[in-house]
Design a protein around this ligand. Sequence first.
Ligand code: HEM
Length: 128
Amino acid sequence: MNAFVLAKMVHVTCVAVSIAGFVARFSAARFWPEILRYRAVRVLPHVNDTLLLAAAIVMLIIARWNVLDMPWLLAKIVGLLVYIVLGVFALRGRSARVRASAFVCALLTFAYVVSVALSKSVAGPFAG
Ligand code: HEM
């Protein structure tokens, strides 16, 4: 197995852990809020997201890809930032309505980024 494939495996594993953890924390905020106070529950998502990004950077270095030449990579970076910001609102938003809307938007953003990854196109789900 080469280093690119290894980094991609780490990246995709972190992607799966990120969305599963996000859905779990959103559910916990509603049904079991005390668990969100545990240090591990607060810190591990950041560790995972850092690893997700680090694995992506390793792939870019190995493949010698310049994000400025590849719009789909830029779309993924913007998508990741939007997903993180929406995630904060989903978990800490002022009202239940704000939290629920941010949660749905975060899931849609995540789905868009996955479709960009698979199609390698900014058009994502609409790519030919
Ligand atoms: C929420 C954020 C992200 C999600 C959900 C995500 C998802 C994925 C998925 C599912 C793949 C595998 C695609 C395949 O099997 O062909 C992938 C590959 C990849 N991702 Fe991400 N990604 C995210 C963020 C990023 C970021 C920020 C970057 C850096 C610019 C990045 C760079 C890459 C690269 C270089 C690949 C390998 C593409 C290839 O195989 O040719 N990803 N990503």
